[in-house]
Design a protein around this ligand. Structure first.
Ligand code: ABU
Length: 473
């Protein structure tokens, strides 16, 4: 078979047809409340439907277009107003345009020579994010997700405390200790494992009823770790925990970090966007005292996956010193332009996807004011939802389930099975998607994410009605 699209115009024709499918299936049907959120199939059936096998011979264009249609049909419609399942949802068309353009330009963020526009753009976007944190200067890069951003913070913090680690490795280190709340993201554990710190050396600090770290317990836990011979170096606070959306009190945490000489990291992957909002930014009061911040605009800002920044207050090039390997085929020091523009060696990756364009284009389109309104709208959605749930509190106490099992010794055990059953039903019927989890002393409960600007009160009311309908037996 001849190489397809030797003639570019044929390729462009195919792309035009494919775009029509994408717009129809993903962006029209995929955002229409009358359509399903997901078209559930068991894995074997789905694999057969998709005809996944890769063969010797290529397929004709019309068949490929059908395959694109199938991929769209059987994929979850995360742009759908009734997709409440993750910390991302909805669609921003400017950001989406940026995502398409990024793909079409297909470059890597590492050097000015292959990504001149994006090197300058990343610098501008990061600088603007840093200024919202309250830093006039600093450093940072976009990373493939919040977990990676958090890992960067831990790695750079360790490097600041023990620069010899880069050359000599773990042999040169004492037992190190990390501190984070009981409800922080699991990436802290991953980072400790990945970096050879050890998950047993992640000390979990108690939280209050609202899921916020208790600073007094942080102080006590640090002393406990020291008494066990560990050397504290890193406190990982959270602004917007993954399940409860709790904001740790940053001022008292910063006081402790100052006193103890510890790196303070704020994982604001979820909550960072409140910094756009005059009404809600108080939730992160004290963030400017942190050494590093993780912020994922792909969550509350809707830039699309992935867009996660690690921001640092540092102005001494710690990020570069910590990660550089000075590849002479990429980062030549005798380049004809200022080689400090080649930011790639700050990264632990080599090739790095461009993640700044979608955010930049969206920000240009709606301005900081528009992003502020987006955050405020998400909070207003949450308030509406809480009020609606309060109105239904009575329904719970008169429900068949409650009346039957209220005094049963296995009440909690039975209750924990309710959310998974309702989840299965919603997915098989395709009516909506939301996630569940146990947490602390609570058995499985639903977590509903209401950030999409396309979301209406009717969608949220539908969701509550639908939970009642699906669980009505
Ligand atoms: N940090 C990723 C969170 C994923 C989610 O809960 O949607």
């Amino acid at each position: 078979m001849k190489e397809p699209f030797l003639d570019n115009s044929e390729g462009q024709l195919f792309l035009t047809e494919a775009f029509k499918v994408i717009i129809e299936e993903v962006l029209c049907k995929g955002t229409d409340v009358k359509e399903k959120v997901c078209e559930w199939r068991e894995p074997e059936e789905l694999a057969a439907l998709l005809d996944l096998e890769l063969r010797e011979n290529g397929e004709p264009q019309h068949q490929l277009l059908q395959r694109i249609r199938d991929v769209a049909k059987y994929s979850v419609k995360t742009n759908h107003p009734r997709f409440f399942n993750q910390l991302f949802a909805g669609v921003d068309y400017h950001a989406l345009t940026g995502r398409f353009l990024t793909e079409a330009l297909n470059t890597s963020q590492y050097t000015y020579e292959v990504a001149p526009v994006f090197v300058l753009m990343e610098d501008e976007v990061l600088s603007k994010l840093r200024s919202l944190v309250g830093w006039a200067e600093g450093d940072g890069i976009f990373c493939p997700g919040g977990t990676m951003s958090n890992m960067y913070a831990m790695n750079v913090a360790r490097y600041r405390a023990f620069p010899e680690v880069k050359l000599k490795g773990l042999w040169s280190l004492p037992r190190l200790a990390v501190f984070t709340s009981q409800q922080s993201h699991y990436s802290v554990m991953k980072a400790a494992a990945f970096q050879g710190i050890g998950t047993e050396n992640v000390f979990k600090v108690k939280v209050d009823d609202r899921g916020c770290m208790i600073p007094e317990d942080l102080g006590e836990t640090i002393e406990l770790a020291k008494s066990q011979g560990a050397v504290p170096f890193f406190v990982h606070a959270t602004s917007g925990t993954t399940v409860q959306g709790a904001f740790d009190p940053l001022e008292p945490i910063a006081d402790i970090c100052d006193r103890q000489g510890l790196w303070m990291h704020v994982d604001a992957a979820w909550g960072g966007s409140v910094l756009f909002s005059k009404e809600h930014k108080h939730l992160m009061r004290g963030v400017e005292r942190a050494d590093s911040v993780t912020w994922n605009p792909h969550k509350m800002m809707l830039t699309g996956l992935q867009c996660s920044a690690i921001l640092l207050k540092d102005t001494t090039h710690l990020l570069k010193h910590c990660h550089s390997a000075d590849a002479t085929y990429l980062f030549q020091q005798d380049k004809f332009y200022d080689s400090s523009l080649d930011t790639g060696d700050k990264s632990i990756q080599c090739g790095r996807k461009v993640d700044c364009l979608k955010l930049w284009l969206m920000w240009k389109a709606v301005g900081s004011k528009g992003l502020e309104e987006r955050v405020d709208r998400a909070f207003a959605h949450t308030r509406y939802l809480v009020e609606e749930m309060k109105k239904r509190e009575e329904n719970i106490f008169f429900s068949h389930f409650y009346l039957t099992y209220e005094n049963s010794p296995d009440y909690n055990d039975r209750l924990s099975k309710v959310a998974p059953v309702i989840k299965e039903r919603m997915m098989k019927q395709g009516t909506m998607m939301l996630g569940y989890q146990p947490q602390g002393g609570r058995v499985n409960f639903f977590r509903m994410i209401v950030i999409s600007p396309q979301l209406s009160h009717q969608d949220m009311t539908f969701c509550l009605n639908e939970i009642e309908r699906l669980g009505n037996d």
